[in-house]
Design a protein around this ligand. Structure first.
Ligand SMILES: NC(=O)c1ccc[n+]([C@@H]2O[C@H](COP(=O)([O-])OP(=O)(O)OC[C@H]3O[C@@H](n4cnc5c(N)ncnc54)[C@H](O)[C@@H]3O)[C@@H](O)[C@H]2O)c1
Length: 384
């Protein structure tokens, strides 16, 4: 449960602090550590608004993405309790993770009768990460996954609506371009849709873009920040390479290949895994990176900006983006994050160059159909 608390400990680091357990002053400004220090009544110099505890849940926790993502969350100092849910194998994954000497308590659930497991997994959660569903096999597009994953996301979103309607919801299940509208429609049906709390996770496109830009331009892979906008499949993924920070010039004869690699990087993994699934480890890293950004924002850190696919009409700054993207309701842009999710959608589109504007035109066309497909999926079901 998210509870905002104000800690206002003012004073110098106290020498009376039990040095056997705490040999040095609390690290600053690492808020998670700071929270722990403050909870235990120890002094430090600051006054900030913090969330008292965090209980993320991973739905699809036994899968290729779910397991490494759960591992990263389980060892995060920002997590108090990690709740795992899947239709198979969660007792094993939970038992395994629970032996790690990290601070998070691990709980694990199977569906059980009457969705009792899902209810227990979700009750009290502040962040729900959803990588449940089937991954792509060679020759499949993300759209081919639609029929199966659409139903899975619909049912899990209904669980969120019933058992933790205020949670921040992170959708990883593909096709993200359509599964996020599906989740939104379900939350709307339950009258609990808050657009500032629903995210399609596009972080892997950003992670890949940083890596592939460094491969072409040289330099430190960890330093490049590339705004990647649009959606999360093929040509709907648009890297704005003219806005890379730190600024770097991509030779024109390498531009097309670089953009193509960022847009279709997932295919490299699907092909290399040769039938055994799609990106799991890099996706777990990217999904954790986004969840961690929200955890940090929830615990008081400001100025965090991460791209995500959001419902534009419902978020601050979204309408300005929507006007440029031909009225599309869902679109990924860099998002400033706060304790309640979206603080503001930023708009890098006015600075796109002519090359990028052509990419954007293709993106709009693809996204339009993907969004309609998600919305119609729920509409059709409701009218049955
Ligand atoms: N957003 C992205 O960037 C990105 C990247 C890679 C993969 N994906 C997508 O993530 C999803 C998962 O991929 P994966 O490789 O982990 O697949 P996986 O098959 O290894 O794991 C999926 C897990 O979901 C579980 N599951 C199925 N139905 C469920 C339900 N109703 N409730 C709870 N759990 C359920 C399965 O039991 C399985 O453990 C796929 O849709 C894949 O396309 C997204």
């Amino acid at each position: 449960m998210v509870k905002a608390c104000t800690f206002a400990f003012v004073g110098k680091w106290s020498p009376a602090i039990p040095t056997r357990r705490y040999p040095s002053a609390p690290p600053q400004p690492h808020l998670a550590s700071q929270i722990r220090w403050e909870r235990e009544g120890l002094a430090c110099e600051t006054s900030i608004n913090l969330i008292s505890s965090s209980r993320p849940s991973v739905l699809g926790a036994s899968g290729g993405i779910g397991q490494p993502l759960s591992l990263l969350l389980a060892i995060s100092p920002l997590v108090d309790e990690l709740s795992l849910y899947d239709v198979v194998n969660t007792p094993g994954v939970g038992a395994d993770l629970s032996h790690i000497n990290a601070r998070a308590k691990i709980t694990a659930y199977l569906p059980g009768p009457d969705s009792a497991g899902l209810e227990k997994a979700l009750t009290g959660c502040d962040i729900v990460v959803i990588p449940a569903g089937i991954p792509r096999k060679p020759g499949m597009t993300r759209d081919d996954l639609f029929k199966i994953n659409a139903g899975i996301v619909r049912d899990l979103a209904a669980g969120v609506a019933k058992f933790c309607p205020k949670a921040l919801v992170l959708i990883i299940s593909n096709p993200v371009n359509s599964t996020v509208p599906i989740a939104a429609e379900v939350l709307k049906e339950h009258k609990v849709f808050d657009p500032t709390r629903l995210f399609g996770v596009t972080s892997l496109d950003v992670v890949r873009a940083s890596t592939f830009v460094a491969d072409v331009a040289g330099g430190d892979r960890t330093k490049y920040k590339v705004p990647v906008v649009g959606g999360h499949s093929g040509e709907t993924i648009v890297p704005l390479l003219s806005q890379i920070s730190p600024s770097v010039s991509i030779p024109s004869d390498k531009l097309d290949a670089l953009v193509n690699r960022i847009q279709f990087g997932g295919d490299e993994v699907v092909k290399a895994k040769d039938g055994a699934g799609s990106a799991t480890l890099s996706m777990a890293y990217a999904g954790f990176r986004f969840a961690e950004a929200l955890l940090k924002a929830g615990q008081g850190e400001t100025g965090i900006v991460e791209p995500a696919y959001v419902y534009l009409p419902g978020v601050p700054g979204g309408k300005e983006v929507q006007e440029i993207v031909g009225g599309l309701e869902y679109f990924a842009v860099p998002i400033e994050l706060g304790p309640n999710g979206v603080v503001k959608a930023t708009n890098p589109l006015p600075n796109a160059n002519e090359y990028e504007k052509k990419l954007l035109e293709k993106c709009y066309e693809g996204l339009k159909g993907n969004i309609a497909k998600g919305v119609e999926f729920i509409g059709t079901q409701s009218s049955k």
